[in-house]
Design a protein around this ligand. Sequence first.
Ligand SMILES: [Zn+2]
Length: 240
Amino acid sequence: MSTTKIRTTESKPSRTRRGKRAAKRTRLVQLRFLLPILLVLCAALLVWGLRGHLFSGGPTIENPKVAQLSNLKLPSWVDKEIIPKDSDSRRGEYLEDINGIVIHYVGNPGTSAKQNRNYFANAGTEVNSHFLIGLEGEIVQCLPLEEKSSASNERNRDTISIEVCHPDDTGAFTEQSYASLLKLTTWLCKEIGLSPNQVIRHYDVTGKLCPYYFVNNPAAWQAFQDSLEESLLTTSNQTK
Ligand SMILES: [Zn+2]
C-alpha cells in the first residue's frame, strides 16, 4: 500500500510534465501553420493600404469630373513645366470638383512667366497656379489640372487658376498675353464644359484687387467676357 502510494506520488508530476510537453508541441505545430497565414494576411493588408501610393503616386481621385481632368491632353502651345512634387507650394491634393476658372495677375511688373514659375518652385513659397501667361503670350503649365492650386482662397477646391504677367503697375496685359488668356480660357471651357460666367476674377472670390486692371476697369473685364463668349461660339478647339 505504501509502495503504491509512493509510485502514485512519483508518477503524477511526470504525467503532468508529459501532458504539458504534448500541449506545447501542439501549440508549436499550430503556430507553424498560423504564422505564415498571419504574415500573408499582414502583407496583403499593407499592400491594400498602400495601393494608392504604390500605383498612382497619391490618394485616389474621388470626383469623376476631376478624374477626367487628369486624362486631358493639353495643346502643344502649352509649355508643360510642372513644378517638382516636393515643392513647398504643391499640396498634392486633388480638386474636389471643377466649377470654374479664376483669373489673376502676378502683381510683380515686368517679370516673365518662367521667373514666376521658378518662384512657385522655390523653397518656402506658398502660392502657385495651374497656368502662367507671359509677356510674349507664352503659356506655362505649372501644376497638373487635377491638383488644387494655392491661388484662389476658398475656390482652390474647385477651380483652375491662371496668373497673367504684366509690364507695369497698371496691371494691364500685353496684347499677346491677352490673346493667350482668351485662347487658353476658351480651350479649357470647351474641354471641361464650363460657361463664360464660370470664368471669374480673384476679386470675385475675396474682393482682392486682382487682376488689378480688370478690377479697376470693369468695362475691360466685360469686354473680355464678351470676347470669351464669342470665342466659345466660333472657335473650334485648337490642339496644334
Ligand atoms: Zn489673385
